[in-house]
Ligand binder design. Sequence first.
Ligand code: RIB
Length: 299
Amino acid sequence: MKLMNFGSLNLDRKYGVGNFVAPGETKSADSYFENLGGKGLNQSIACARAGSAVWHVGAVGKDGTALVNCLKEEGVDTSHIAVKNTASGHAVIQVDHAGQNCIIIVSGANGEVGKEQMIEACEALEEGDIALFQNEISNVAYGVTKAKRSGAKVAFNPSPFNEKISEVDLHDVDYLIVNEGEGREIVGGKLSSPEEILVAIRKSYPWIKTVLTLGEKGCYYIDGEEKYFQDAFSVKAVDTTGAGDTFCGYFLSALLKGCEPERALREAAAAAALAVGKEGAACSIPTRKTVEDFLEKKE
Ligand code: RIB
């Protein structure tokens, strides 16, 4: 059983700042790093480091060799990554002293993931596989339905949340992985508390198993009447970039390995906490051994 991740590949340009730049302000960065990232790449690496077989479907430009090689080094199958005649996607990321981030993405080659490419990848899907989508590549709505028709379970992380999400047929989604803002938007944008959001998601989409992540406030899993809460592990935040992606990859890997959702939440929360304690996106994702050692000390 494998994860087939239809996801973005970005070159991340990270600027360390005391506080985020305000309108009209020009400021010098305290630090600058170029990292490999993209929600897709981060989630593939997290799932592979957690011990699962991962295939990545996506697109880079001719400047994207490092992105593909990085996935290969993690054991990820890259045969469904296309090389396009355009620049790879990139992200401009401000990280403040509290470790919070704000991100601008430029889709580049991520915006050229084609339907044909998705059809070919879906031919390799088998029962028990999970197909994962975020919202940083083209043709997500098409891919979700195609993957579902090919017999896989579909996991959807509607991030970043924008008008394209409404094109996705949520009847084809088995697992929804959202943060508080995305969860709120998916049920109309008005509700305030996480509990209200969960109730509304269950009411509107009763077939979907939902994970709602709340950062340092923990996370929920809900499937019909079954509901679990996992506290966040307390760590000093250095850089939250990619922590949600780490959570997502570890959570899905645990499911692929047959773990109960409660255990999957715990492993994912531990991996995300470890990622928050390190700088960068992909480079902050912990190995399986690091997560196991961390949890052993907590249990
Ligand atoms: O979730 C973090 C990621 O969002 C970054 O790596 C950046 O590339 C953007 O896709």
